[in-house]
Design a protein. Structure first.
Length: 289
């Protein structure tokens, strides 16, 4: 209801720039340039979590860009989804350079149900839909797969350091039933509005990798229950601690080479990358050299 009312209000009342507050414009030229006027770049948080995929960002999370993202996420300035989607599409394209051709599957990092209810919308999913539309408009086949779900409650990330965020989110996400098949239909790009420590994207990547590994290996169904356990390390934190998750299935009777050959076609197509609208300024600085 809130999202519908906000859409109607934005059509009737004069808008103001989400970045600087200039009246009668959703986003002024200066703030639009700050958001998507530069070439997207690869970003790495410090410390960089083990398991974080390659991430590209359109802009540093500061000043007008920060204001635009907060206006969209927290104040329900829904018309900002379109320029945010254009910026995100640019980051997706930057990460796709040199990757085999195929449809782009944008997988948004989900917000918690409570946060979605409070905000009246899911900002990452809305931005992903706008990015997919922009990619299609410019000739890149793309669609959004909202296949990630939170399978347990997590604490508010505000105030947590990098290690605490990893621990808070470890094992929190899973892929919905039927999502594995969809994830095998193109190139997976995890998307979010902002990356700070990289914990959310790391957990999203873990959930997708586990699902793709099971799908590639032919696990699943009733047969899984009769096979042994394969223990796979899914986290290796900044202090070297390992977290493990069990996947049903067995590699018994197959050599490493056989498994590599069987999974090569799908792994080439399903290499996971990530793209965000903005990332912390420090994550840009580390990539200048």
């Amino acid at each position: 209801m809130r999202g519908w009312w906000q859409d109607l209000t934005d059509l009737v009342l004069p808008a103001e720039c989400g970045g600087c507050g200039r009246p009668r414009t959703v986003l002024c030229p200066e703030c639009r340039a700050a958001l998507s006027g530069a070439v997207p770049r690869r970003v790495r948080p410090v410390p960089e979590p083990r398991g974080l995929p390659v991430v590209h960002a359109a802009a540093p999370y500061a000043d007008a860009v920060r204001a635009v993202l907060l206006a969209h996420k927290e104040r329900g300035a829904l018309p900002l989804a379109r320029p945010l989607g254009v910026a995100l599409a640019g980051a997706v394209r930057a990460g796709a350079a040199g990757v085999p051709e195929g449809p782009v599957l944008l997988v948004p990092v989900p917000s918690g149900r409570g946060a979605v209810r409070a905000r009246g919308h899911d900002p990452a999913r809305r931005t992903a839909l706008a990015a997919a539309a922009e990619l299609r408009r410019t000739g890149t086949p793309a669609r959004v797969l909202a296949v990630l779900r939170q399978r347990r409650p997590v604490a508010d990330q505000a105030g947590l350091d990098a290690r605490q965020r990893l621990e808070n989110l470890a094992g929190a996400l899973s892929v919905t039933a039927g999502g594995a098949r969809l994830l095998c239909e193109g190139r997976v790009v995890l998307v979010d509005d902002v990356m700070t420590t990289g914990a959310s994207l790391t957990e999203a990547a873990r959930a997708v990798r586990v699902t793709l590994a099971e799908e590639t290996a032919g696990y699943g169904g009733a047969a899984s229950a009769t096979r042994g356990d394969v223990v796979t390390a899914v986290y290796e934190g900044v202090l070297g601690e390992r977290r493990q998750e069990r996947m049903t299935g067995s590699m018994e009777g197959s050599t490493d080479r056989e498994w590599a050959v069987r999974g090569k076609a799908k792994s080439d197509r399903n290499a996971i990358s990530a793209a965000v609208v903005a990332a912390s300024p420090d994550s840009f600085e580390i990539n200048r050299n």
